[in-house]
Ligand binder design. Structure first.
Ligand SMILES: [Zn+2]
Length: 89
C-alpha cells in the first residue's frame, strides 16, 4: 500500500515537472539579434548609417559628427560621445 502511494506521488511529481519543462520551452522567445541597424528606415531615407564607436548607436552619416582621431575617421552621435571616446584613447 505504501509502495503504491509512493508510486502515485512519483508520477504526480514527474507529470508536474514535465508540464513545467514544456511550458518553459514553449514560452521561450528566439534571442534578439544584437545591434542590427534599422535598415528599413535608412533605405527609405536613402542614407548610410554609421556606428558610434562609443555608445554603439547607428546614426545617419549626414547627421553624424565626423572626427579624425589618430588618423582614423570616426562618426559619433553627439559631442559627448566624441569627447568620451577621445579620453578613452
Ligand atoms: Zn553616441
Amino acid at each position: 500500500m505504501t509502495r503504491l502511494l509512493i508510486l502515485t506521488l512519483l508520477i504526480c511529481i514527474g507529470y508536474s515537472l514535465w508540464t513545467f519543462v514544456r511550458r518553459s520551452l514553449g514560452g521561450q522567445r528566439p534571442p534578439k539579434e544584437p545591434q542590427v541597424p534599422p535598415r528599413r528606415t535608412s533605405s527609405l531615407r536613402g542614407e548610410d548609417l554609421v556606428q558610434d564607436p562609443q555608445c554603439g548607436t547607428y546614426v545617419p552619416r549626414t547627421e553624424a559628427l565626423e572626427t579624425q582621431i589618430d588618423g582614423r575617421r570616426h562618426y559619433f552621435c553627439s559631442p559627448r560621445c566624441r569627447d568620451a571616446f577621445r579620453e578613452k584613447k
